[in-house]
Design a protein around this ligand. Structure first.
Ligand SMILES: [Fe+2]
Ligand SMILES: [Fe+2]
Length: 160
């Protein structure tokens, strides 16, 4: 089993996913589902291939699968979800065999995914930031008008 397969089967990961699912049952805006995590992972990977970046698939998918995993904690305690996600990701990555160095690179990218000044610190962080936004289908969203994203941030055309 690859380390990525270990992440999706990890008990903490599974538990956090069900908590997010329960908390977002009636959310009309973008939800934080496995679909969002895989859309983000695949877009990151497409960009990495297109731009010949030297970031591995195992790092890309791990960052994408874990970047919003702390959402339930944010709903509970109001801790910003990039922080909650990074904390939980650290435990999960360690349990799934990622080295300390790899874990730090991934949690740094997660911590940066909502903080524009930080995203240029690493290729992984920038990729995660770009793909996270590009994964949202604003052009076919029923909650378009009520969404807090600015017009310039919303996706109006298909890119990936
Ligand atoms: Fe997020
Ligand atoms: Fe996200």
């Amino acid at each position: 089993m690859t380390r990525l397969d270990r992440i999706i089967r990890n008990e903490r990961y599974q538990e956090a996913l069900s908590q997010i699912d329960a908390a977002e049952q009636n959310r009309k805006f973008c939800r934080h589902t496995p679909e969002h995590f895989f859309d983000t992972a695949r877009i990151m990977y497409i960009i990495a291939l297109e731009e010949h970046l030297s970031v591995s698939k195992e790092m890309i998918y791990a960052a994408a699968l874990l970047h919003d995993i702390g959402r339930a904690e944010e709903y509970r305690s109001r801790m910003p979800h990039e922080q909650a996600s990074a904390q939980l990701a650290k435990k999960i990555l360690t349990e799934c065999g990622y080295t300390e160095e790899e874990t730090t690179a991934i949690t740094d990218a997660i911590l940066a995914h909502r903080n524009e000044p930080l995203i240029r610190q690493s290729e992984l962080a920038l990729l995660l930031y770009r793909a996270d936004k590009l994964s949202r289908r604003c052009f076919s969203c029923k909650a378009y008008e009520e969404c807090y994203w600015s017009e310039s941030r919303k996706n109006h055309f298909i890119v990936y």
